[in-house]
Design a protein around this ligand. Structure first.
Ligand SMILES: Cc1cc2nc3c(=O)[nH]c(=O)nc-3n(C[C@H](O)[C@H](O)[C@H](O)COP(=O)(O)OP(=O)(O)OC[C@H]3O[C@@H](n4cnc5c(N)ncnc54)[C@H](O)[C@@H]3O)c2cc1C
Length: 334
């Protein structure tokens, strides 16, 4: 487990430092408070940032190799996959399985290995003197190896969201999966937009807005959506403004084929693409990524570096592969 140093309060009065790093000798870390030596920790402290499919599989494989990593997860174990309507391309589930169910199984397997789970957001990772410093809002941890499995984050919508409506505008649908009898507008034309629509249409009316005509989703998802009477698909329809409506709903101003019309919705979902989530990496790391990767101390797995190829099976495979490389490197060090 990484060494932990609780954060000092701004005035330095509380949360005394009880473990600062000393020198590194052949993969061994000395932990000391001031001059007092507190103990010795082996040089195989592995931190995994993110407990989606990639992080989970890395943790399971590391645990099997005798390494107990520390995992940082700000949300729920399972990650983005919890949103998926029907996962049909993950082996072992003929007929498919819902993302939520699959994540439940992942979570059970993950928990069976009792990993050290820190349920906090990693706000900064820095690298100094051969050691990573991982900061959460409440503490600082140290690790020899960092596995970045932080997935992606939604692109920012280019329409202003009024303060009072932020609790009804989403980029993931887990918070509204239980909604029933609502009108839900989804902005986007990719796999996620259509998958979200199929999921929510079980109990709601769904409108998909595509600002153009180009589709970037799987044909099978499109065909299913088009065969679903609860899903309406509009092309050349751009969302231009979001306003509160007197009825309590959201008034959506939509520019469609030269006309401006208003649609009233209960919820609005943006599925407009995602970008890698690496905002917590210090500049020093971003500038030396390749070198650190070559040294085998920094790894990226799953969607965070997947580009257009972002799938559960890939994330899981990369998690296992990386864990095996870390274990092999450790054996080599001995
Ligand atoms: C609607 C939808 C349907 C999908 N359907 C399928 C499908 O049918 N088949 C398929 O194979 N794939 C599907 N996917 C893709 C699949 O969900 C992803 O490929 C998979 O979740 C990637 O796993 P990951 O672990 O790399 O990232 P993620 O699942 O995104 O997990 C990253 C985790 O890191 C955490 N995290 C991020 N930053 C921090 C931080 N700073 N501190 C702490 N924690 C952090 C996040 O909270 C998250 O839990 C679908 C995705 C969506 C959105």
């Amino acid at each position: 487990m990484p060494a932990v140093r609780p954060k000092l309060h701004a005035d330095g009065t509380a949360g005394a430092v009880h473990g600062v790093l000393g020198g590194r000798v052949r993969g061994i870390f000395q932990v000391s408070a001031g001059r007092r030596r507190l103990g010795v920790i082996r040089g195989d402290r592995v931190a995994v940032i993110g407990a989606g499919p990639a992080g989970i599989s890395a943790v399971i494989q590391l645990s099997r190799s005798g390494i107990r990593p520390t995992v940082f997860e700000e949300g729920e174990v399972g990650g983005l996959l919890r949103n998926a309507n029907l996962v049909e391309n993950y082996s072992g589930f003929p007929g498919g399985i819902s993302g939520m169910e699959l994540c439940g199984l992942f979570r059970r397997q993950f928990e069976a290995f009792s990993p050290e789970l820190i349920r906090e957001r990693v706000v900064r990772v820095d690298y100094d003197g051969g050691v990573f410093a991982i900061n959460t809002p409440s503490a600082e941890y140290f690790a020899d190896v960092v596995v970045v499995a932080s997935g992606t984050i939604s692109k920012k919508p280019d329409v202003a969201i009024p303060q009072g409506l932020t609790d009804r505008v989403f980029t993931e649908i887990v918070p509204i999966m239980g909604a029933s009898g609502k009108t839900i507008v989804i902005v986007g034309a990719g796999d996620a937009a259509f998958d979200y629509a199929l999921n929510l249409s079980r109990k709601n009316r769904v409108i998909i807005l595509n600002r153009g005509e180009r589709l970037s989703c799987l044909g099978v998802l499109f065909d299913r959506a088009m065969g679903n009477s609860r899903i309406e698909y509009r092309t050349n329809a751009s969302l231009t403004a979001i306003n509160p409506a007197k009825s309590g709903k959201i008034a959506l101003e939509i520019s469609a084929n030269g006309d401006i019309l208003t649609e009233f919705a209960d919820y609005l979902v943006f599925a407009i693409g995602r970008v890698p989530r690496t905002d917590f990496l210090a500049k020093k790391i971003s500038q030396n990524t390749e070198q650190l990767m070559r040294e085998g101390v920094l790894h990226f797995i799953g969607d965070v570096h997947g580009g257009r190829f972002r799938q559960t099976g890939i994330a899981v495979g990369e998690g296992i592969l990386t864990a095996m490389k870390i274990a092999e490197r450790r054996t080599g060090d001995e």
